[in-house]
Design a protein around this ligand. Structure first.
Ligand code: ZN
Length: 297
């Protein structure tokens, strides 16, 4: 072979190697894309969601304890109770999951207590009207809310709500709808038909304070409102901040998006017209004494 032929052959071989390498690389790339796509669709959104809670509780606890509570004279007292999962306890589960759980028995005990002590469970809209239009509320008003749209709320809490003839507000983050462990559209529509309030909790349950882009905030907040309204065919007017966090920017986007009120994680039972977008609430756990204490504070 002459020099030119060797050069030519080398060139051809190099091209073949390059083509093969590209093929292999592309194949692997596609495979990885498939894996991450299926990982994303099959991903347990529950786990992803619970992980977000890690680390945030300490900060939130600090936020709660550092606040000075001054109650203005025009304030209305309505405890807004916050429930997460309602389900029987499973042995060996992490304390993180446990923290947000209440057993169906304890939830029923809460309902019995409210009934026996003449509390009036009111819909969220009644508090908004009372603050906006100074409408009278029944004696000892209280609001029940369920966060995040867990399927167990439908399975364990909804039958009890019907049994005791009370309504509650369900804050849904719309990306979770239909996922394992979360409510389906059918269940959400059924809750709505039985007089429950369906309310917004963003699309992906993000740390809103980390989002500096107003458009992304609007997409999370107004976007979730639209998804729920399109699905239910009625206005969705109440919002709850994921993790309870809010800022001036977040509040302004919530107002702009057309909501009438928003629940925060500021601890307390008093509300004012000025505070319609930072309504206080009480987290409910399996601790019955704490439930009674907070309710009567
Ligand atoms: Zn939440």
């Amino acid at each position: 072979m002459d020099k030119d032929s060797i050069l030519h052959l080398t060139f051809v071989v190099a091209i073949i190697i390059l083509a093969l390498a590209t093929g292999i690389f592309w194949g692997r790339y596609q495979q990885n894309q498939e894996i991450s796509k299926s990982a994303l669709s099959a991903k347990d959104i529950t786990e992803d969601f619970l992980l977000k809670f890690e680390g945030i509780n300490i900060e939130r606890a600090l936020q709660e304890t550092s606040e000075q509570v001054i109650i203005p004279s025009e304030a209305i007292r309505v405890p807004i109770l916050v429930y997460h999962s309602v389900r029987p306890q499973v042995k060996g589960e992490s304390t993180l999951i446990d923290y947000f759980d209440i057993t169906p028995e304890m939830f029923e005990r809460n309902l019995v207590y409210l009934k026996e002590n003449n509390f009036s469970v009111i819909p969220f809209s009644s508090l908004v009207k009372a603050l906006e239009e100074e409408k009278e509320l029944p004696k000892k008003p209280v609001i029940l809310t369920f966060d995040d749209g867990w399927k167990n709320q439908y399975i364990y809490a909804f039958p009890l709500l019907k049994q005791y003839g009370v309504t509650a507000t369900f804050f849904i983050f719309t990306n979770a709808i239909g996922h394992k462990n979360f409510l389906s559209w059918e269940q959400i529509k059924e809750l709505d038909r039985f007089g429950m309030t369906i309310a917004s909790h963003t699309k992906s349950h993000p740390y809103l304070f980390q989002i500096k882009d107003r458009n992304i905030l609007t997409d999370e907040i107004a976007g979730s409102k639209k998804i729920l309204e399109d699905g239910l065919g009625k206005p969705v007017e109440i919002f709850a901040y994921p993790f309870g966090y809010f800022s001036d920017l977040i509040v302004s986007v919530v107002k702009e998006s057309g909501f009438k009120a928003a629940r925060s994680s500021k601890k307390g039972t008093y509300h004012t017209k000025d505070g319609l977008f930072i309504l206080r609430s009480i987290e409910i756990s399996d601790d019955f004494d704490a439930f009674v204490k907070n309710l009567n504070k």
